[in-house]
Design a protein around this ligand. Structure first.
Ligand SMILES: [Fe+2]
Ligand SMILES: [Fe+2]
Length: 354
């Protein structure tokens, strides 16, 4: 094993992050077996029912009443997540034709294709909240909904594909494993599958970096340079520090979010230090050191002013990413039209036959 957090249970206390995903999946199955009733009874107070479901760690389903703000929060979060998966295909897609071997190309293709799949599961989960896929795409293309700012950084060398897998997919998993226990059923279920696939992404990135770091001096330098560039943007993926985070408290109360931004960021740092040692690469933080009292690593915070600039549209690749997405959407118009015409024709034939 490569020293990552996805080792088998006997190697990682509590089974590691993937162990947590398995446990969340088992809990979901159990909850489904326990609660077979179809939402609140007609004479039941729907607000009380909602509160009961949340308190009992059960799942809210699309048929259930939910507060409007809960619905809106979920739409915003799931949509942003879906957009990130789709835009996130670009930085790595950029390397598919230049992967150094056929094997590397096949692996990267599969990974980028997985990200498309994640986008689709998540758009489908958002649609259960009463918004259409067309509306969601429009909100992205108009710039009214965001995607993760990490994808506005360029992929300059092949080692960036490794650093993205290790750090960006790694940070994504740390963020997403707790979402497997999110109170909204369709989102929680989508996250279980997404997290399992993300663990493969993290490993493939780690393996690329491991190979480079144990290759020639030039290859090792390329791996180090990629880690130097991706480290702080990856830390910024957890969002602003807890004191400045606007949506956190309510999301925690609704059990959409289970841990604060800073808690998750710390968990990620603590996970990466040992993995970097196995790689033989250095994390670019001279102040990174173990704090015995806190039982965690002290580390330098990312530049949150830069994060805000990139979120607002001023990252190195924001314009390029959106232009590419708009063009892809326009180029795909004939496919959507053809699919809609085919579906209409089939429906018509079915109606005639009936
Ligand atoms: Fe993904
Ligand atoms: Fe991924």
């Amino acid at each position: 094993m490569y020293g990552n957090d996805f080792a088998p249970p006997e190697d990682a206390p509590g089974g590691g992050l993937l162990g947590e995903v398995e446990a969340a999946e088992a809990a979901l199955r159990e909850a489904a077996a326990r609660a077979r009733r179809g939402g609140a009874a007609p004479d039941e107070d729907v607000e009380a029912y909602f509160a009961d479901v949340i308190n009992a760690d059960q799942k809210i389903e699309p048929r259930d009443w939910m507060p409007e703000a809960y619905r809106r929060t979920l739409i915003r979060q799931i949509a942003q997540h879906a957009h990130s998966e789709i835009i996130g295909m670009q930085p790595e897609g950029n390397w598919i034709s230049r992967a150094p071997s056929l094997k590397r190309k096949a692996i990267l293709l599969a990974k980028v294709q997985d990200e498309a799949g994640h986008g689709l599961y998540l758009y489908a989960a958002a649609e259960t909240l009463g918004i259409s896929r067309d509306e969601l795409v429009e909100l992205l293309l108009d710039g009214r909904q965001k995607y993760s700012s990490i994808f506005n950084y360029p992929t300059l060398t092949w080692a960036d594909v490794g650093a993205i897998g290790w750090l960006v997919d790694g940070a994504a998993i740390v963020n997403q494993v707790p979402l497997c226990r999110c109170s909204y059923g369709p989102y929680a279920r989508a996250m279980i599958r997404v997290c399992k696939e993300e663990s493969f992404h993290q490993r493939q990135g780690y393996e690329i970096l491991h190979t480079l770091a144990h290759g020639t001096e030039a290859q090792k330098a390329m791996a180090q340079d990629a880690v130097d560039r991706w480290w702080y943007p990856s830390l910024a993926m957890f969002g602003p520090p807890d004191g400045d985070s606007t949506h956190s408290a309510q999301s925690m109360a609704w059990k959409i979010k289970r841990f604060s931004n800073d808690e998750l960021r710390q968990r990620f740092v603590d996970m990466c230090v040992g993995q970097a040692e196995v790689l033989g690469l250095t994390l670019p933080d001279p102040d990174l050191r173990w704090n015995d009292e806190r039982q965690a690593y002290d580390y330098t915070q990312p530049d949150y002013a830069e994060l805000m600039r990139v979120i607002k549209g001023d990252g190195p690749c924001n314009r390029e990413r959106m232009a590419h997405r708009r063009k892809a959407h326009a180029d795909g118009a004939w496919v959507r039209e053809a699919a809609a015409a085919y579906a209409a024709k089939r429906a018509e034939r079915k109606a005639v036959a009936a």
